[in-house]
Design a protein around this ligand. Sequence first.
Ligand code: CTP
Length: 399
Amino acid sequence: MKIILGVGGGIAAYKSAELARLLMQQGHQVTAVMTDAAQRFVTPVTFAALTGRKVLTDLFAIESAIDHIGTAQENDLLVVAPATADLLARLAHGLAGDFLSTLYLAFTGPVLLAPSMNVNMWQHAATRANVEILERRGHRVIEPGVGYLACGMTGAGRMAEPEEIAAAVDREARAGRDLEGETVLITAGPTEEPLDPVRYISNRSSGKMGYALAEAAAARGAHVVLISGPVHLSPPHGVEVIQVRTAAEMRTRVFENLEPAGIVIKAAAVADFHLSHVPDQKRKKTAARLSLELDPTPDILAEVGRQKGDRLLVGFAAETENLRQEARRKLESKNCDMVVGNLVGGTETGFESDENEVVLVLSTGDTVEIARASKREIADRIFDEILKLRLSLHSAHEA
Ligand code: CTP
């Protein structure tokens, strides 16, 4: 594949040299484009030596007057690493004052962005808004890691490791659209079970894993229906989102949309209990103890499992202990093909985190461990395993 590596002006530019080397090793043709600021950190000679190609830097150089258009047309993928706060802002708003931002506007292929900046800059409302614009445009933002930053602070903002970026690029290049023509049904987020018109029971699910799965499936060409409980996330680009509140509503929507789905993934943290008769008026506080009698909610996953047909069914098991045993128990009791087990309760992975670390328990008896990575990266690994599992189930069926 022909790849443009856009290098922004951040200290992580030195890591992009390693990224260039990894992409070359994967067999891609790499053309580096550097901003003026990037050249203050690393010289173009480094990238020219690693890629064996001229490095593009100057929009107004006589010999490259229309190079940005030609380069945009000749290449298949654009990866920007490091994407600084300034660069994200310029790309989000379509400013075209230098070679890289002009080329970006002329480029029509997939775009991956690997942000890198100080934690406060990363969390600033302006940067959040720019990232949201870029994600909505369908670009893939490879989440920065949490750790020690060059500025001396600790937090989110450190550019993802070159290996992770190269893996994301390689997947985009190789797998491409391997879910084309498929309908994938995904549930995500918590449910809210009302206790009266103003109170409810819920859980700490952020919906991030389910949204990452929806984004990954859409990027791989699937028609994605995402049935989402209440979350604070923007709808992924190109995904049909259906908002629900309670477990009962989620169940109705799942069965309404089940028919065309070949892959069903239940990432939602559905409340297990609800109040069957919700009072019309707010409960008033009294000195007396309050007891509530709750009824179990319908187990949507188990119900889909009972009428699974040819579908590939994936459940989730969020556990605080005995992860593998619990995941396998759920796989068997709910007739799933795969259960994604993840430990929750810590701060580094699990519900609210941008990262996760999971173990996949498969109906073939195998288990696959996926080491800690961003939820988006984990989502792609889960789809890789889903496709492999489907192949092996088909060939076992035919034998
Ligand atoms: N699930 C569901 N409907 C429910 C409850 C759970 O579809 N009413 C699905 C979830 O989306 C998830 C899986 O089932 O894919 C989780 O299994 P579950 O046994 O409900 O997990 P826990 O609630 O954690 O169960 P336990 O208390 O037994 O650990």
